[in-house]
Every structure is written in C-alpha cells, then in structure tokens.
Ligand binder design. Sequence first.
Ligand SMILES: CC(=O)N[C@H]1[C@@H](OP(=O)(O)OP(=O)(O)OC[C@H]2O[C@@H](n3ccc(=O)[nH]c3=O)[C@H](O)[C@@H]2O)O[C@H](CO)[C@@H](O)[C@@H]1O
Ligand SMILES: C=C(OP(=O)(O)O)C(=O)O
Length: 417
Amino acid sequence: MNKITITGGHVINGTIQASGAKNAVLPILAATIVGQGESHIQHVPHLHDVTTMNELLVQMGAKLTVDHHSDITICTDHLSNQTAPYETVKTMRASILALGPLVARYGRAKVSLPGGCPIGARPVDLHIKGLQAMGAKIDVEDGYILATCDRLIGNRIVMEKVTVTGTENIMIAATLAQGETLIENAAIEPEVVDLAKYLKAMGAEIRGEGTSKIYIQGKDHLKGTHHAVMPDRIEIGTFLVAAAITGGSITINNSCNDDLDAVFDKLTEAGAQISTTENSVTLNMQGKRPNPVNIRTAPHPAFPTDMQAQFCALNAIADGTSHITETLFENRFMHVEELNRMGANIHVEGNQAVIKGVKQLSGAPVTATDLRASASLVLAGLAARGNTDVHDIHYIDRGYEAIEEKMNQLGARIIRN
Ligand SMILES: CC(=O)N[C@H]1[C@@H](OP(=O)(O)OP(=O)(O)OC[C@H]2O[C@@H](n3ccc(=O)[nH]c3=O)[C@H](O)[C@@H]2O)O[C@H](CO)[C@@H](O)[C@@H]1O
Ligand SMILES: C=C(OP(=O)(O)O)C(=O)O
C-alpha cells in the first residue's frame, strides 16, 4: 500500500474539517515530559509522526491511552529511560524535541542526532548551544547527543537563526530551570504559541510567545493539564490549493484564519475568491485557470516553506510565468523533476524555481521524496488528464490525516494500492 492512484479531472467541491496540527502536537507531546500527573490532549491527528512520538514516550516509560477518536491521555510520571534511539529519530526529526524536556526534568538525555533529511542538512547546533547556555553539559558521541545537568539555569539566549523546534526545545526546558530565561530572535510561528498555551496551562510562567522575545520564569514543578491542539494551517492550505487547482470550491471548518494571511493573499492573487467566518474559510475558483504568483518562503508571518511545493503545482498550470524562491531549506525542490514528468515546465536555478505555466498536466508515474513533495504530486494529479501513480506515498502519512478519504469526500478519485 505504498502507492496511490489519482484519476485527474474531477473538480474539488464540498466541506471538510481541518485536523489538529502536526507541528503543534509533536512539541506538545514532547512537553508532557516536564509535567507530573496526566495530560488530556484533544484534536490529536492520526499521523505516522504522532504514532512515532507516542511510541518514543512509551519506550521511555510513559503511560498512554487513546480515549476517543482523537483524544489521548498521557502520564509521564516515571520515565525510567531517557533515550531517543536512532531507529525512532531517523524517521522523525521532531524527536529532537525530547532533548530539552528530558534534560530539564531528569538531568539526563540521550537523543540520536537526527538523520540527514531529504529537504536539507537541518543541523541542531542551536538547540545544543541554547541548552549549553543554560548549564547543560553536552557531548556528541557515536551519533548521539548526551546531555547532563544538575538543574538547568535560566539565561539570555540569542538564537543566531530563527528556528522553530530550536525555540520550542529551549522554551520547554526553561520552564523547569532555575530563574528566568530570555529567548531572543525566537520563532513566532503559531505552533510555538500553541505549545506555550499548553505549558502555561501546566503552570509554566511564559511571556512574549508569538513575538521574537520569549521570557520564561522557571518553576520547580509543572502538572498535567487539558489542551486542544490548534488546527493544521498547512493541511488547510493544501486543501485550499486542491480546490484552486481544479477550479472548484471548498469550505474548511475549524480553520485558524489569522495564521494563514500569507497563503490567503497568494491564493487571492492566483484568482481565487476567499471568504472567512470566525473559524471557517471558503475558497471559490469559479472554474478559472490560476494566475501565476511569485513566492518567497521565510519564517512566519511570511509565506511558509511547508506550502512551497503545493504552490509549485498550482503555478505549473497557471496562465503565465512565476518565480518561487526557497530561503529556508537548501534542497526543497525535489518535486520539480516529478512535476516535469507530468508535463510541467519548471527550471530550478539555485534556490529559485522558474515556472512557465502549461495549460494541462498529464498523468504519469511519479515518486514522492518528502512530505510536502508528496502533497504537490497529489495536487498535480487532481488537475492532470488521466491517471497519476504516486509511489513512496508513505511520506504523506507523516503529515496528512486520512488524505484520500478527505479528498474523495470532496469529489476526487484517489485509491491506495
Ligand atoms: C516539526 C516542525 O515543527 N517542523 C517544522 C519546523 O522545522 P525545524 O524546526 O526543523 O526548522 P527550523 O525552523 O529549525 O529551520 C530553519 C532554518 O534554520 C536552520 N537551523 C535550525 C536549527 C539549528 O540548530 N541550526 C540551523 O542552522 C535550518 O537548517 C533551517 O535552514 O520549521 C520548519 C520551518 O518553518 C518547517 O518546515 C517544519 O515543518
Ligand atoms: C518539513 C516538515 O516537517 P518535519 O520538520 O517534521 O520534517 C513539514 O511538515 O513539511
């Protein structure tokens, strides 16, 4: 079941519910480590990465139960093992998020260095430097980060680059440190804010989340709590593009519209009509061919790199030429060659893709190379003439809950085989 077949040419039309955000639930699950007692987490999406993070916590000694379809209860009172092994970390880079919480709560952590990821080198030097600034002793041996401390001590940490999981790792660790930590040049992504909301409900004292300066006053203990995970803005963006690329219309309930300004702006520029209510968004493309849109990815609130591949697919059938510049990851254009196999005309020079829109893509066998590359190939398949087989589709299950069910509910023809 590692291939899906999309029969193109069916217009996306209808209503779906957004799932909980992958990039919020993963740090929140890691943050359960710093609490005592049970946490009840709602809107947990069924994703491969979530299963991996849960397995990691259970291997460490956490007690975890699935209460309803998407609610879990987790208790991390007795973690006898503070290791994140290579076998787990190599499939999910977010496992690095166990480092800060483990060393903060247990004074010890052994986390495998994340493996080379197809979208770029993705070092974790800033996670390490931040924890060192708080007094952790860190050695890298045999592919593992070994961190130890008596108790972390709050400090002023200036991040050399904006890093989302780096900010999250330090922020979680600082909640149990002695004294105050200031993270400067912090990431302001909505998922960092959702994590801070969870930590504050556990009793943490945090100010400034959502800005580039986050202040954390360390506490002796934190307790388990309730939290509902925020909606997945990248899933929402991807389904909006699905409607736009087929000339259709869609309403997505449980949307976080304030976090999607840059994506809405580009879809509007592409010719879509977008309207919102407090927690839903409706896009209508009225059967039109998209206008080409230029994009430059950058940290929030600019255009998200996790939506870049999907807009490559949209621009591939646009009426004109567009330029997409990727500024975050050095190797995030692997979908381009596959889109070209489907008749797209895209040329990559350095960190820029020049896309000459074609009237029609045609179905072809293609191979997914990473999570968002898979999404872009599915989107292209929806608009293409004939059948598209996307091989190595397992990547998509890292980040999209029940993607073929949701797409088929909207009129797509997708089967997994
Ligand atoms: C689980 C999760 O939330 N993943 C998201 C997170 O990844 P992730 O947190 O890994 O991405 P970062 O924000 O850390 O990466 C931003 C840039 O900083 C560099 N860097 C990062 C850390 C470090 O120690 N040293 C360093 O040089 C990276 O190589 C990259 O060029 O943010 C990315 C950028 O929005 C998204 O694409 C990912 O979906
Ligand atoms: C790159 C992504 O995720 P991760 O950081 O988990 O690899 C993504 O969600 O597009």
